[in-house]
Ligand binder design. Structure first.
Ligand code: GLA
Length: 737
């Protein structure tokens, strides 16, 4: 099982169900990466690598006169800098003497049952009981910087986690200028990089590009994982499709600035390095001190679909926590697009009454409810209800909502402050700002300095008061600007490069404390939509608002991109009004729901503005979502885009693990006269079973549906959606169900 130690060739093999990851110490004491691919039994894999005298790629001292051995040309398990490997380093230091050299050599390793701990950071949990840990110790002897490479092997899930602990075991300070979490080398082949980029209102659009000679960097310097680049990348064979080809994923459990660097190097291999922070990162390790680099979740599969499904399962079962990670999620209505800042008790209670009568289960009072919050110029920091908007108090409003039978949830943005607030007037030094400089505003607000324990404690305190005093079942935790003016008043000049990461550690401490203290509260993450949509946040918030763009046609791309790494069941997705507030587009309410129903479903519109027929439709939709919920939450997700490419349509499929239910959704982004009919092939069904096609009154075998496929009726009108429920009526053994 798990990790195999073959001392004969100094090799260590990490075995999962379908993959093997092999490293070994070579004769010169360097830890070499030898293989990551389809599972094989351990053997000596050094034969793969033939050394040549490579011009201008020098030779390390332990190699003596061997001009064919160069650190610049061999695959490293953990790349370093200053010693003649000129490719991307995972580690860059500044030693006490000013040199930037770290010559990492193998010292020892240890294999343990269970998963290593990573205190203060989100980490994939060992919920499967089959996890093992490998810890490899490397050291730079002159400085005595000790680097502990940690690997968690999740055998059944085909997952390997990686993290690194840096420890100064010397007697002089060492500055970490780059403290990577992992380095992955793919020695042979032609590779594509699939990454997820975007902007506010358009997050996680997939982009597949060839890995070039040179370095491609996916990253963020915004103090948040960002709308622009998601901290998840895939390297796949240039010929890989949804169903075939080598695919590798690197998912960062980190919510701050980050870098994922991918280098196509001169001798044919590809190296990928993930590290926290941007160029401004500097961390001083005093003698005896440690630094933990955040965790990366690595996986391999044949085909993109399988890779995605492996990640979905791991995110759901091993990252998300708490009551809600797999439980029924209440269908919610959110007040934002219904009322924006224009909140009054009367307006909210009216909306709540309407929503409850349609079967909606949770009312979320969004921004605008607290003191001074007439618009986005003021109020952040003063987390008490606004008596002008709610003269009878928040308690009274909540009681009114609870009377309708709905649960109550509320919006907060705890990491921010407006200058026009009592909090800022009392503690101007709590905001990030450098002495003598006026900090940049974003959405008229400043960012609190979460590297400070007093600021963390203030957030824990006000949130505890809010959640203790009021009957609150849900929190929407927002973060509405990129970070700038990174400077903390409590740290000396030489430690300012630590502030951004310390802030993220502070956020994790706050979230850890609150989610432990209030385990029954559902926390939904948010950052102007999906600006902090990462596996680090998912450890605390099992639901994250997908995007501020609620237009279903826009959401198709967002959801597709998201689905490569993250289960859509944890993406907040709402039906909003038409014409849509972001795009002005008008779509049918059935299409809006068909798209949102793949996620954590809800509504966000003024229900007085829709017709009685649309209200009745909402009642049906809520009911249907409840019936399909298990399938949506736990089903295997298939992108069928390769079938509908060029057809102006998006299509996807959910199939239950038991293969007894499936749900096909197709949305047309344009309709044409006399057009070819859309045809899809099902996947993941039991070929020998018979399935009833609910909306088509047909019964067909899994084999026919998967091989011959299914032809849709002609779709007409603006942006039509088609949903088809499949139910197994006879299993493979011919038994009726
Ligand atoms: C962000 C969120 C929105 C809404 C507003 C409120 O933009 O993404 O959903 O909560 O803030 O100000």
């Amino acid at each position: 099982m798990g990790i195999i130690d073959s001392r004969a060739d100094h090799g260590i093999t990490l075995q999962t169900k379908d993959s093997s990851y092999h490293m070994a110490v070579d004769g010169y004491g360097y830890l070499r990466h030898l293989y990551y691919g389809k599972r094989l039994e351990p053997e000596d894999l050094f034969y793969l690598y033939r050394n040549y005298d490579r011009g201008f790629s020098g030779n390390p001292r332990p190699a003596g006169n061997d001009r064919t051995y160069s650190l610049d040309a061999v695959c490293q398990e953990f790349s370093t800098s200053g010693v003649g490997d000129y490719r991307i380093p995972a580690l860059r230091v500044m030693n006490a003497d000013g040199s930037r050299i770290a010559d990492l050599r193998y010292v020892s390793h240890e294999i343990r049952d269970g998963k290593y701990a990573l205190p203060g950071l989100p980490a994939v949990r060992d919920t499967d009981g089959d996890t093992q840990t490998l810890e490899v110790v490397l050291r730079d002897e002159p400085s005595k910087l000790t680097v502990r490479l940690l690997y968690g092997v999740f055998e059944k899930k085909n997952m390997i986690t990686r993290a690194v602990i840096y420890e100064n075991t010397g007697d002089k300070p060492i500055v970490l200028e780059k403290a990577g979490s992992c380095c992955l080398e793919l020695p042979f082949g032609n590779w594509d990089l699939l990454h997820f980029h975007g902007r506010h209102n358009r997050e996680r659009a997939p982009e597949r590009v060839p890995v070039l000679h040179g370095i491609q960097t996916i990253g963020s310097g915004r103090g948040m994982s960002s709308h622009q680049h998601n901290p998840f990348v895939i390297l796949c064979d240039r010929l890989a499709t949804e169903d075939h080809g080598d695919c590798y994923g690197l998912m960062y459990l980190y919510s701050g600035s980050f870098r994922a660097e991918i280098e196509g190097e001169p001798y044919g291999s590809v190296r990928a390095v993930m590290s926290p922070g941007d160029e401004s990162f500097r961390w001083t390790l005093q003698p005896g001190a440690q630094f933990a680099a955040p965790e990366v979740l690595m996986s391999r599969a044949d085909g993109l679909t399988k890779l995605s499904q492996q990640y979905h399962k791991a995110v759901r079962e091993n990252i998300c926590r708490g009551e809600y990670s797999l439980a029924h999620r209440p269908v919610l209505i959110n007040s934002w697009e219904a009322a924006y800042f224009d909140i009054s008790a009367e307006r909210i209670l009216k909306l709540a009454g309407q929503a409850a009568s349609l079967g909606i289960e949770l009312f979320v009072l969004d921004d605008g409810w607290f003191r001074g919050r007439k618009d986005d110029n003021a109020g952040l920091g003063d987390w008490e209800y606004d008596p002008e908007k709610l003269p009878e108090g928040l308690d009274h409003l909540i009681a009114g909502i609870r009377e309708t039978g709905m649960l109550f949830g509320i919006w907060v943005e705890p990491e921010m402050v407006n200058e026009d607030s009592d909090l800022y007037r009392a503690h101007p030094d709590w905001a990030l700002a450098a002495p003598g400089r006026k900090p940049a505003r974003g959405r008229n607000q400043l960012v609190l300095d979460l590297s400070r324990v007093d600021v963390q404690d203030y957030i824990i305190q006000f949130m505890t008061n809010l959640l203790t005093k009021y009957d609150i079942s849900y929190i929407k935790w927002d973060f509405n600007r990129s970070v700038a003016d990174v400077y903390s008043h409590l740290l000396p000049a030489e430690q300012q490069g630590e502030v951004a990461h310390r802030g993220i550690l502070g956020l994790y401490r706050v979230l850890e404390t609150l989610t432990a203290r209030f385990p029954k509260v559902l926390f939904e993450g948010c950052a102007g939509g999906g600006g902090r949509f990462d596996a680090g946040m998912m450890y605390y918030t099992p639901q994250i608002w997908g995007s501020d763009d609620t237009d279903p046609i826009e959401r198709l791309t967002i959801q597709k991109g998201t689905s490569f790494g993250y289960p859509l069941s944890m993406v907040g997705a709402h039906v909003s009004i038409a014409p849509n507030h972001q795009t002005g587009r008008t779509t049918p309410i059935s299409t809006r729901a068909a798209v949102a129903m793949t996620g954590a479903f809800g509504y966000e519109l003024d229900l007085s503005l829709i017709t009685a027929e649309e209200q009745a439709e909402i009642r049906r939709q809520v009911q249907e979502y409840r019936e399909d919920e298990q399938l949506i939450q736990r089903g295997l997700y298939y992108r069928l885009g390769e079938d509908t490419e060029g057809m102006d349509a998006f299509s996807w499929l959910l199939v239950s693990e038991e293969q007894d239910q499936a749900l096909l959704t197709v949305v047309a982004t344009a309709t044409h006269g006399n057009a070819p009919l859309i045809h899809v092939r099902f996947k993941g069904l039991d070929p020998a079973a018979l399935y009833e096609l609910r909306e088509d009154d047909l019964v067909r075998s899994g084999a026919a549906l998967m091989n011959a496929g299914y032809t849709l009726p002609q779709l007409t009108g603006d942006y039509p959606a088609f949903r088809l429920h499949l139910k197994r009526v006879q299993n493979g053994a011919g038994k009726e169900e």
